[in-house]
Design a protein around this ligand. Structure first.
Ligand SMILES: Nc1ncnc2c1ncn2[C@@H]1O[C@H](COP(=O)(O)OP(=O)(O)OP(=O)(O)O)[C@@H](O)[C@H]1O
Length: 246
């Protein structure tokens, strides 16, 4: 997908929020968008997702399936979490079982009967994340995805990003809290004064895990259905999970 000479402003007489953005999102890339508050990160993400349209220029070759997780999930809707996700699954043509899979993975089971408006911010964010993943996205756009999430859910984000990119999808993530370290190998884009600066991917720390002194490797077998939960629990306990295999 490409941004070609994209300019954007929120009103005809307003100043330009973004000027002359030209950049490419390669298939399988993870791009972290950095910038101070109000720099234009959300604006760029919404242009990528197709939620906003450029004032000048164009966004070309956007993948057919875009998953967009806004900074704040719009919870003022008259549905329970389960109703909402099943409706979204039906509109999007998701595979059977997609809702149950993401409800289980994001530990939402006990909240499915709760009305969206009554969910905590973090749980509502997880519902927002689930809806974006019901159909495997060619482009996943995550606006400050760590905001409001509990520590267990936060550990899931890098895994989900890795799954989307390894399936050939691209991921655009905004970050103003420095959580970027959780996404080694990501390309950095930064916005300042309405201008986008891109940089090459940093050397990946994840590709060659550093052997810590005083560590041993413990091999653990868990039921297939428990694998995600076990990985989350081990990471939350501060252990390094080196991989999951059959
Ligand atoms: N709907 C809107 N109407 C008018 N101006 C807007 C609107 N949304 C954002 N802006 C303005 O556009 C600029 C960029 O906002 P944007 O939300 O993209 O920044 P951001 O980098 O995502 O900030 P944050 O880190 O605080 O979320 C800001 O000056 C903001 O006030």
């Amino acid at each position: 997908m490409r941004f070609e000479q994209v300019w954007f402003r929120y009103a005809r007489r307003a100043g330009w929020t973004l000027r002359e953005v030209t950049a490419t999102v390669e298939q399988g890339a993870t791009i972290v968008v950095l910038g101070r508050n109000g720099a234009g990160k959300s604006t760029l993400l919404q242009l990528a997702a197709g939620v906003l349209r450029p004032g000048r220029g164009a966004v070309r070759d956007r993948p057919a399936v875009v998953g967009w997780v806004p900074e704040r999930f719009p919870a003022d809707q008259p549905f329970t979490a389960a109703d909402y996700l099943h409706r979204m699954a039906s509109v999007r043509g998701a595979a059977p079982g997609a809702v149950d899979r993401w409800v289980e993975r994001l530990l939402l089971t006990e909240h499915t009967g709760t009305r969206l408006a009554d969910l905590s911010k973090g749980t509502a964010q997880k519902v927002g994340l689930a809806q974006a993943l019901l159909v495997p996205p060619g482009l996943l756009v995550l606006d400050e995805p760590w905001e409001g999430l509990d520590s267990v859910a936060r550990t899931l984000i890098p895994d989900i990003v890795a799954e989307v990119t390894s399936a050939g999808g691209s991921v655009l993530v905004s970050d103003h809290r420095g959580e970027i370290t959780a996404l080694p190998g990501a390309i950095h884009w930064s916005i300042a004064e309405g201008t986008l600066h891109t940089s090459a991917p940093p050397p990946s720390a994840a590709a060659t895990p550093v052997e810590e002194e005083d560590e041993v490797v413990v091999e653990v077998a868990v039921r297939r259905s428990e694998a995600d939960r076990a990985v989350v629990a081990l990471r939350a306990a501060g252990h390094r999970v080196l991989g999951v295999r059959e």
